[in-house]
Design a binder for this molecule. Structure first.
Ligand SMILES: *Cc1c(COP(=O)(O)O)cnc(C)c1O
Length: 389
C-alpha cells in the first residue's frame, strides 16, 4: 500500500515507547477536580491533582467565571497587543503585583509559555543559563529555544563551581518547589549567588504560590525574603489557584521587555477574560486562605507521620507533594495498581521522569482532603502485598 506517509516515522517511535514500557493513556474524568472523582464507571479518591487549596471547584471561583463570561463573552478574541487585553486581565495583573510585592506582573496563557517567554527574551543567544537538574521540562525547553548555553547543576555546590568557571552574568533558573520530590529550592542562597555574579534569578513557583510562605506568597516569602529586583518570579494559575493561566512578577523594565519582545506573549490569543476574572477571585481566596493552608498542612503532617510509622521511604518534603520511593519501576506500578483496586488514585512516577532506582508513588495532598481520606490512603498502603516498605 502507498499508505500513510507518517508510518515509517511513527512505527519506530511507538515501538520504542512500548519497549521502554512507557506507553501512556488518558483516562476520562466526568466529574469536577474534587478529591472524589468519577473516572469511567469508577469512583476514585484522588491524590493526583494540583488543586492544593480546593479552589478548582469553589463556588465563588466558578461563579466569577460565569459572570466574567456574561460580561466579556467566551473568548478574548485577539492577542493582548491587538485589542485582547481587558480590564479583567489588567486588574488581575495589578493584584498579582501587589500579592508578590513586585512592581509589575504580566499574564501569560500558560506557565509553559511564560517560561519560554522569559528565557527567549532575557537570555542573549549563546548566553549562559544555569538550571537545576530537576527543573520542569518547560524551563529546559526554554533554554533550547533561546539558543542558550545551558548547564545543569546537581546542588548548590555544583552551581557555585559552574558560576565560578563561567565568570560574570547569566541567568540562574530554578523551580521553587520541585514537582516530583516536593522539596523547596534554597532561594536565599540562589539569590545571593545570583547577585554576587551579576546574574538574574528566575524562580518558577508553580507548585508554591498559594501554598508556601505567609499568605501563600511563595518560596521567597517562605524564606523571609521580600521583593528583589534580581528576582523574576513566575507562577501559574492552574494549580493552587484552581483556574488556568500563568504570570511573571518582576521589575517594571523586565515586564516591559516581555511585552515588547516575547514571542510567546505577542503571537498568541489573550486568556479568556472570564478566566482572569475567576483567577482574581481565586487570588482573593488564596490571600485569605490561612485556614485552607492550615488544613492542607495538617493533612501533610498526618500523611508523613502515618507513612513513617508504616516504614515507608519518604523523601524530605514539607509541601503537599509527597514522594513514597519504591526503587524499581515495577514495584511502584504494582503499588499504584494495588491502591487503584481499593478505589484510590495515586500515580506511579518512573524513570526517565525521575532518576533510575527512584520510582515512586507521588502523593499530592489538598486542603479539600479530609483527615479520613488520608487515613484511607495509609490503610491501603499498609495492606500492600509483601508489606508497605
Ligand atoms: C505546571 C508547571 C508548569 C507549567 O504550567 P502550565 O500553566 O500548566 O503550562 C511550569 N513549571 C512548573 C514547575 C510546573 O509545575
Amino acid at each position: 500500500m502507498v499508505g500513510n506517509p507518517f508510518a515509517s516515522l511513527l512505527e519506530p517511535l511507538f515501538a520504542r515507547v512500548r519497549a521502554q514500557d512507557l506507553w501512556r493513556r488518558r483516562e476520562i474524568r466526568t466529574s469536577p477536580q474534587t478529591p472524589v472523582i468519577q473516572v469511567g464507571d469508577k469512583t476514585l479518591l484522588s491524590f493526583a491533582s494540583n488543586d492544593y487549596l480546593g479552589l478548582a471547584n469553589d463556588p465563588a471561583v466558578v461563579e466569577a467565571m460565569c459572570a466574567g463570561a456574561r460580561r466579556y463573552g467566551a473568548g478574548a478574541g485577539a492577542s493582548h497587543l491587538l485589542g485582547g487585553h481587558t480590564s479583567a486581565h489588567h486588574e488581575l495583573e495589578d493584584a498579582l503585583a501587589a500579592f508578590t510585592g513586585a512592581p509589575r506582573a504580566l499574564l501569560f496563557s500558560t506557565g509553559y509559555m511564560a517560561n519560554l517567554a522569559l528565557l527567549t527574551t532575557l537570555c542573549p543567544r549563546h548566553g549562559r543559563v544555569f538550571e537545576d537538574r530537576r527543573n520542569h521540562a518547560s524551563l529546559l525547553d526554554a533554554a533550547s529555544l533561546a539558543h542558550a548555553r545551558r548547564q545543569r547543576y546537581r546542588d548548590v555546590e555544583g552551581l557555585r563551581a559552574a558560576l565560578a568557571a563561567a565568570g560574570p552574568g547569566g541567568l540562574i533558573v530554578s523551580d521553587g518547589v520541585f514537582s516530583m520530590d516536593g522539596d523547596m529550592a534554597c532561594v536565599p542562597t540562589l539569590l545571593a549567588l545570583a547577585k554576587a555574579q551579576g546574574a538574574g534569578l528566575i524562580l518558577d513557583d508553580a507548585h508554591a504560590f498559594g501554598v508556601v510562605g505567609p499568605g501563600g506568597r511563595g518560596t521567597p516569602a517562605a524564606h523571609g525574603l521580600n521583593y528583589d529586583p534580581a528576582l523574576i518570579h513566575m507562577g501559574t494559575l492552574g494549580k493552587a489557584f484552581g483556574v488556568f493561566g500563568a504570570f511573571v512578577a518582576a521589575d517594571g523594565d523586565v515586564i516591559e521587555a516581555l511585552i515588547q519582545r516575547a514571542r510567546p506573549y505577542i503571537y498568541t490569543t489573550a486568556l479568556p477574560p472570564a478566566l482572569a476574572a475567576s483567577a482574581k477571585v481565586a487570588l482573593d481566596l488564596v490571600i485569605a486562605g490561612d485556614e485552607r493552608r492550615a488544613a492542607l498542612f495538617d493533612r501533610v503532617l498526618r500523611f508523613r507521620e502515618g507513612a513513617v510509622a508504616l516504614g515507608l521511604r519518604l523523601l524530605p518534603s514539607s509541601t503537599p507533594i509527597q514522594a513514597v520511593v519504591f526503587g524499581e519501576a515495577a514495584r511502584a506500578i504494582a503499588a499504584s495498581s494495588h491502591l487503584r483496586d481499593r478505589g484510590l488514585y495515586v500515580p506511579a512516577i518512573r524513570p526517565p521522569t525521575v532518576p533510575q532506582g527512584s520510582a515512586r508513588l507521588r502523593v499530592a495532598l489538598s486542603a479539600a482532603h479530609g483527615a479520613g481520606d488520608v487515613d484511607r490512603l495509609l490503610d491501603a498502603l499498609a495492606s500492600l502485598p509483601g508489606g508497605p516498605a
